[in-house]
Unconditional design. Structure first.
Ligand SMILES: [Zn+2]
Length: 272
């Protein structure tokens, strides 16, 4: 119960003190996608660019590239020209990282009807300095598998696979703090037990890492209560690290890992 005292909720949508406002938008079904068949007009140029880059080899692939594609507003039908990023390399273009975190890159805005919605599609986030490679794939298609196999060849220390923008942003924030996302997932599971009371009359939608200065937080997203913030200390992080590091295995996984609460739960509860 002591935990609830620290957990502040903000019912206002989209203006919570978090980098994750798109979650509430997504809840309302206002996501816009290039795929999904709704309003997608693939330009031949896009296909051509992909093929061209492949022939040049992987070094070329690591650089930022995008195509400009037509996207019809799902609300009013106005056609927009929208940049679609195949690769976002923040070592090459650091400003793109800020844009991702501030929901300015993967977002759709219609100047006619004022609709703003997260724009999720397959993309690769590259931070060479941090040795971080995050593959965002909303769906795991056979093309994604093929592409993953190609990216797998790159010698990056941290390779992660995520299926939504919030997870992508969370991985970036964790790396910014030089923390291990696997430890963060263990921290979340440990807090689940303490959130049981709050979950009796409300649905817990997600838990995401956030920070302010040197203070870490776990943001909890409830359906009715809204967004809450649980402070977690650096000492606690180190304690969790100490307790679980031997179970995670010392070896570095060369493949893309899906590190989420299920991953941590499997280890914590010895599930296969
Ligand atoms: Zn519109």
């Amino acid at each position: 119960m002591g935990l609830a005292l620290h957990c502040r909720y903000d019912r206002r949508k989209g203006i919570a003190p978090s980098p994750y406002p798109s979650l509430s938008l997504a809840e309302e079904g206002l996501t816009v996608g290039f795929s999904g068949g709704l309003c997608y007009d693939r330009k031949d140029a896009w296909q051509g660019l992909c093929r061209q880059d492949r022939s040049r080899g992987l070094i070329m692939d690591k650089l930022t590239r995008y195509s400009t594609e037509e996207l019809k507003c799902p609300q009013c039908g106005k056609v927009h020209m929208v940049k679609r990023y195949a690769v976002v390399n923040v070592t090459e273009k650091p400003e793109l990282k800020e844009q991702v975190l501030m929901n300015k890159l993967f977002v759709f805005h219609c100047d006619q009807c004022d609709l703003t919605a997260p724009l999720t599609y397959e993309t690769v986030y590259v931070d060479s300095k941090k040795q971080l490679l995050i593959y965002l794939a909303p769906e795991k298609t056979s093309n994604v598998e093929k592409s993953l196999a190609e990216w797998q060849k790159l010698d990056f220390r941290h390779k992660r696979l995520v299926d939504n923008l919030n997870d992508l942003k969370e991985k970036i924030l964790i790396a910014d703090n030089l923390l291990d996302d696997r430890i963060v997932e263990f921290m979340k599971i440990e807090h689940l037990k303490q959130l049981e009371n709050e979950m009796k009359d409300d649905n817990l939608l997600n838990i995401l890492f956030d920070y302010q200065g040197t203070q870490y937080y776990l943001m909890v997203f409830f359906e009715k209560k809204g967004i809450g913030r649980i402070p977690v200390s650096q000492e606690y992080y180190r304690d969790v690290e100490h307790r679980y590091s031997h179970r995670m295995g010392k070896k570095i996984d060369k493949n893309f890992m899906e590190v989420d609460m299920r991953w941590a739960g499997d280890i914590m509860f010895d599930r296969n």
